[in-house]
Each structure stands twice: as C-alpha cells, then as structure tokens.
Design a binder for this molecule. Structure first.
Ligand SMILES: Cc1ncc(COP(=O)(O)O)c(C=O)c1O
Length: 459
C-alpha cells in the first residue's frame, strides 16, 4: 500500500446537504446533464453579509462591488444585486449582464484593460471607470458626451513598499501626477478616487499600498480635485479546508520525497500554494486585520473615517467562496502507466483555474452506495479528462476519495465557483463547457433553475 495523502475539502453546510442528498444530485444531473456546474446563490448572499458586517462594525463608509469575472453565472450576479452590492464589470458582455440583472449605471464600476468600444459604452452610460492606463484616460476623455461627466478612479501600481507585489496593471506611481493632470484638464472626467488591487492576503501589503495611495489623494486635493473613494480591490482569500494539517503534510511529502507515486509521470503540481489550500482563516478576518492595522499608530478604519474617504472593495473569490460545485460522471476505470485512472466526462480546463492544480479532493457522491461497497480504498486514483491531450488530467495529483469510484458514479468538485468554472474553459473537441444551474435550498428540498450565463461565445 502506498502512502495516502487525502486532502479533504471544506464544505459549506448547504453544499454538504446537497451532496448528501442523492436524489437532489440525481435530479440535477437528470434534468441538466453531466458534467454540470451547480451554483448556490444563498452562499454568496451569506458571504456578502459577512463582509459587509465587518465593514459596518468599523463604521467605515463603504461600497462592495461583486467582481463578476469570478463566475459568469447570472444567478450569482442577481444575488449580488439583491444583496445590495455593486457590480464590477471587466468587459462589454459583463456590463450587459449587470444591466440585465438590474444594476443601474451608478452601481456599476468598470475595471481591467478596456477596448475603445467598451470605453465608448462606459462613457455613454457614465459608469465609474477604474482606469488601467493613461491611454484609457485619453480615450475616455474623448468619448464622454458633451455636457456630461464620467467618474474616474486611477488604478495605481508601482508601489515602493517591498511587501506590495509588483503588478502589470494600473498606472505607475511615477505617472500619477500626469494622470491627475489629465483628469483635471478633461472637462468630462471627474476624479472619484484612487484604486489598487493586490492578489495577496498580507494585510501589511494592503496597508502600505493604502498609505502610498493616500499620498496621491493628497496630491489630488492640492490640484483642486476632490476624490472621495479609495478602492482596495479584491484579493481576499477563500477557505478551501477546515484543517490545514493535511495540506501541510502533503506539501512536506512533496518537498522531501518528491512527486513519486503521488503525481502523474511527466507532470508536476507546481509549488503547492499554501496561502490558498493551507489557509483556514475566514476572509472576514483578513478584512478585519486590514481595518485594524495601523497607519502612523491609528487604525486604518479611523484614518479612512477622518479623511472622509469611502472604502470600496471588489471581492470576487471571497464572495463566490463555496458558492458552487462541479459534478462529473465516471465513464470508466483503467490501468495506465502502471497507475489507477478514472476517466471522467469532463475536461481539465472546465474545472481548473488557469491550469493550476486543485489541491483538494473531490467528493464521491451518494454515500449510501459507497458505504455498501465495502472497505475504503487506500491507494487513491488519478482523474483523467476526455480530451485527446496527455495533459488533460483533471487531477495530476493522486486523489483520495475514501472509496473506489466505479463507472456511473458522480464526483463533485467542491468550491469551484471562483474562477474554476469559466476562467479557462474551452469547447475543445466539441465538448461545450458544462451548463450551469442555480440550486436554492427551499425548506428541505433543492429547487433548480437553469443559469442564463453562456460564455461560449466570449465577450
Ligand atoms: C481590479 C480587480 N478587482 C477585483 C478582482 C477580484 O479579485 P478576487 O477574486 O481575488 O477578489 C480582480 C481580479 O482579477 C481585479 O483584477
């Protein structure tokens, strides 16, 4: 028997209930097919309420924008609307969906690099533009209809603090003065504030970026501009595990003994991301840590209140955390390359973010059947996809399911709503990305509604 390194995934109670309800899973697959992405809007609502409660408890004026790019689901977007959030859109297609979900232009913010056509729409609708570059400011200034104004946030980067990760996005701090001048001179632009986005859980990095951004706010004031918003973006962490110990054990085994039998030959699983799969701290703690961190011995929350700045955040993965699972069916089992393999009706890119290995185990659905099947398996199994690529392994890592999967069994990949469903999905070999369905727990049963999102045609 080889070493076992199970990586048990945390499950939200609603998700756990769904996966334990064989009839509900059967109904979802029976009606919508396999593979299938299932989203849970109620979980997003809960995440939104938790983040908002932290901001409220510190008395910080704030707005929370749901970063729609995390998942194309219209059900999750609609839930964000109902929860009173704004929408952060990164393309014309996302803008269309946000407007269709009911967000008024005043509750929408456009982020990321923008095409001239997207800029034209933003300008016409007066949507707050989180400007990635001086070029965008020029294009926007030229596109604003005469007599109207468009609110602008300057997305900053190039911070001098060594703890702030470098970024390819945003306007370098060295060009901040030029950007302020560009806004000041353009009659159609109104400086609403400054912004940054860091993909890190490190509160020190956010505090340093905030401090350097506040200097740009001060410079804006000196020019007669009146920014009122500081937008710290997203980057708040998800919580994939309840207990970080199995992940640490696994990462250590890889570091000490190498991939050995744990990784499919010729592949690697990259550097195991401890901040991601080793994290068991809720994101509310990260936000709390930021608001209570100190700038010149005063808590960030107090500094923001005193400077009368409204804090904007743009969480994607923190809002979508645990708000989705992906179901796939085992087609058949085989031995290949001396290893045990289960071939699924899914492709790696339809459940994996940007080809990063997912370091939590899927769940074998229908425990009744599993329990009836005798001893738990000890050796684990690799999961293969259905494309004609050697690299189309759903899991390059041996996963441990607790029992032998057989043809026809359903596997649930847990916590896939954030970037795992759409970021890399392709329709290669004519396999369309799995459809999405929203599951709402109504009393003691799940009600399913087809999700209107369809990213197959791009945006
Ligand atoms: C500008 C901006 N805001 C917010 C987000 C959402 O980030 P996260 O999902 O890490 O919260 C992103 C992600 O790429 C982003 O680029």
């Amino acid at each position: 028997m080889s070493a076992r390194y199970p990586l048990p995934a945390a499950r939200h109670p609603i998700v756990a209930r769904f996966l334990a309800d064989g009839a509900a899973v059967d109904e979802a697959i029976g009606r919508f097919g396999s593979p299938l992405h299932v989203v849970f809007p109620q979980v997003l609502a809960e995440n939104a309420a938790a983040l908002t409660a932290v901001l409220r408890s510190h008395g910080v004026p704030h707005e929370v924008f749901y970063a729609h790019k995390v998942n194309a689901s219209t059900a999750l977007l609609a839930e964000a609307y109902v929860a009173g959030l704004g929408a952060d859109v990164a393309s014309s297609a996302e803008l269309d969906r946000a407007l269709a979900a009911g967000f008024s232009p005043g509750r929408i913010e456009a982020t990321g690099p923008k095409s001239p056509a997207f800029i034209g729409r933003i300008a016409a609708l007066g949507i707050t533009t989180n400007a990635d570059d001086l070029w965008e400011l020029d294009r926007l200034a030229a596109a604003v209809p005469a007599g109207s104004t468009v609110p602008v946030l300057l997305r900053l980067s190039g911070f001098s603090s060594p703890v702030v990760p470098q970024s390819r996005f945003g306007i370098d701090l060295a060009d901040a003065d030029t950007a302020l001048e560009a806004v000041r001179r353009a009659p159609g632009l109104e400086l609403r504030g400054v912004a940054f986005h860091l993909d890190t859980a490190d509160p020190a990095a956010r505090v340093d970026a905030l401090t350097e951004s506040m200097a740009v706010v001060a410079a804006a004031y000196r020019k007669g501009l009146r920014p009122s918003v500081i937008d710290i973006g997203g980057g708040f962490r998800q919580r994939f595990v309840d207990d970080p110990e199995p992940f640490q054990r696994y990462a250590q085994a890889l570091a000490v003994a190498g991939p050995g039998e744990l990784v499919w030959p010729g592949h690697d699983v990259g550097a195991p991301a401890a901040h991601k799969y080793g994290n068991h701290r809720p994101t509310t703690e990260v936000l709390e840590g930021f608001l209570t961190a100190e700038i010149e011995r005063r808590p960030v929350a107090e500094v923001l209140r005193e400077c009368m700045l409204t804090l904007w955040i743009e969480p994607g993965k923190a809002l979508a955390d645990h708000a989705g699972v992906t179901l796939a069916t085992v087609l058949y089992r085989k031995r290949a390359a001396g290893r045990d393999l289960a071939v699924l009706d899914l492709s790696r890119n339809q459940v994996t973010p940007a080809d990063q290995e997912v370091l939590v185990d899927p769940v074998l659905v229908d425990p009744v059947l599993v329990d009836g099947r005798g001893d738990p398996t000890d050796d684990g199994v690799f999961l293969a996809g259905r494309l004609c690529l050697e690299s189309d392994l759903i899991s390059r890592r041996k996963v441990f399911l607790g029992s032998e999967p057989a043809s026809g069994d359903v596997l649930a990949f847990v916590n896939t709503a954030a970037y795992q469903m759409d970021l890399s999905a392709s329709a290669a070999a004519g396999h369309p990305p799995p459809p999405k369905v929203a599951a709402v727990l109504d009393g003691d049963r799940f009600v399913f509604t087809a999700d209107a999102s369809d990213d197959r045609h791009g945006s």
